[in-house]
Design a protein around this ligand. Structure first.
Ligand SMILES: [Zn+2]
Length: 402
């Protein structure tokens, strides 16, 4: 189920880091922040079954977008998304000032190149991409984007956030409430963002995300979030939000995403195969079924007890290791709002990280396993929202500039 959260006041989301005098907000609402707000509300009601209650719903991260046209979905861009270094941004942005030379996903061309090489292809040049408009270099594009339904077509729009002027506040890092001892500089997310369509105009900022659980439990979460402020500085005019079920078209189902992923991979294979000196000796299409797992939250992984940036999957009793990945390090910290205690910090793989796996058996046995993966997350600390993932992120289809 998809929910929509609308800030009514500026938000400061994230953790108070020890030794830092700055409070800055993450650009999205981590699922664990909502879970903390829910626990806080249950505690205020004198409920004793807090932990078993909040564990019944898996709360994903909520990503920022702007209220404009009907939303298909809002997601973080995968680490494989590139844009022109000269003029970055989507080509189809409604506002001319926001239009760039396009954003393209490089995952499937890179995977095709690599598995062709493994199949014996001989290439005279390494894999490179340049901007088709100006020929300049491409660089990674991060952040969030929304696909809107706009007069019968899909419009890709980058989320442009605004931050509130910085204010100095006294804050106790242990209680996350006002106190006189320490002075912090706070930078908060504004509840309004730039309009995708008109210059100088503001539209409401909203966050959309997925939750997995029974309807009555999700309703309890919604009721709590509507009553308890989220993030830091509750008592200072920050963090009030409203939550409701979102009317978004959502993503196509996993089987369709996996099929499209493999169809596009086969196209890339054909295109890149032509560049090989020995094209005639190579197979017509890649063997096996490929799929990607894309991180929608930092992922906490271990390999033989050692922190790792690369996960392994257990699919129907088979251990799968990725054959291709793109990752960056991050940290997984946390705060137990209900108990007022910091949680341990782990090395984590960055949101937007992508891992490609190969499956030899049929799709029928794979799809239910991938559905479980999406609803439960991968790696450790999934109950805190780490390891939230998406199978075959739809942006991997964009092998031509958007
Ligand atoms: Zn360019």
């Amino acid at each position: 189920m998809w929910l929509k959260i609308k800030p009514e006041e500026p938000l400061i989301l994230g953790d108070v880091r020890a030794g830092s005098q700055f409070l800055s907000s993450t650009p999205y609402i981590p699922g664990r922040v909502l879970r903390g707000a829910w626990a806080e509300w249950l505690l205020a009601q004198g409920r004793e079954d807090i932990l078993p209650t909040v564990e019944r719903v898996r709360i994903g991260n909520f990503f920022p977008t702007v209220e404009w046209r009907p939303i298909r979905y809002t997601l973080p861009l995968p680490l494989s998304a590139l844009t022109c270094k000269q003029k970055s941004g989507f080509r189809g942005e409604p506002l001319p000032d926001h239009r760039g030379h396009g954003v393209v996903d490089t995952l499937l061309p890179q995977v095709a190149y690599q598995i062709l090489e493994k199949a014996g292809a001989r290439f005279s040049a390494p894999f490179t991409l340049t901007c088709i408009e100006c020929g300049d270099r491409m660089e990674p594009m991060s952040g969030f984007y929304t696909v809107y339904q706009y007069s019968g077509t899909d419009r890709y729009v980058q989320t442009r956030l605004r931050y509130h002027a910085q204010t100095k506040v006294g804050l106790s890092r242990y209680r996350r409430a006002s106190a006189e001892q320490m002075l912090y500089t706070a930078s908060a997310l504004s509840p309004v963002a730039e309009s995708p369509e008109e210059k100088e105009k503001r539209n409401a900022l909203v966050f959309v995300g997925r939750v997995h659980g029974k309807r009555e439990d999700v309703q309890s979460l919604i009721d709590a979030v509507n009553r308890v402020a989220v993030g830091a500085l509750h008592t200072r005019g920050y963090g009030r939000v409203t939550a409701e079920e979102a009317k978004v078209a959502g993503l196509s189902d996993i089987a369709e995403r996996v099929n499209q992923f493999n169809a596009t991979l086969a196209h890339c294979w054909q295109d890149i195969k032509r560049l090989a000196a020995n094209a005639g000796e190579l197979p017509e299409k890649p063997e096996g079924t490929y799929f990607s797992v894309d991180l929608l939250a930092p992922g906490v992984f271990q390999e033989n007890g050692v922190p790792s940036l690369v996960p392994t999957l257990d699919v129907n009793g088979q251990t799968l290791t990725p054959l291709f990945w793109m990752t960056r390090p991050d940290f997984a910290s946390g705060w137990s709002t209900a108990w007022g205690l910091p949680k341990p910090t782990n090395l984590a793989a960055h949101m937007g990280g992508v891992y490609v796996f190969r499956w030899e058996d049929g799709l029928e046995s794979l799809v239910p396993a991938l559905e479980r993966l999406e609803s439960q997350g991968i790696g450790e600390r999934c109950d805190e929202g780490f390891g939230e993932c998406l199978v075959c992120h739809p942006f991997h289809q964009e092998v031509e500039e958007r």
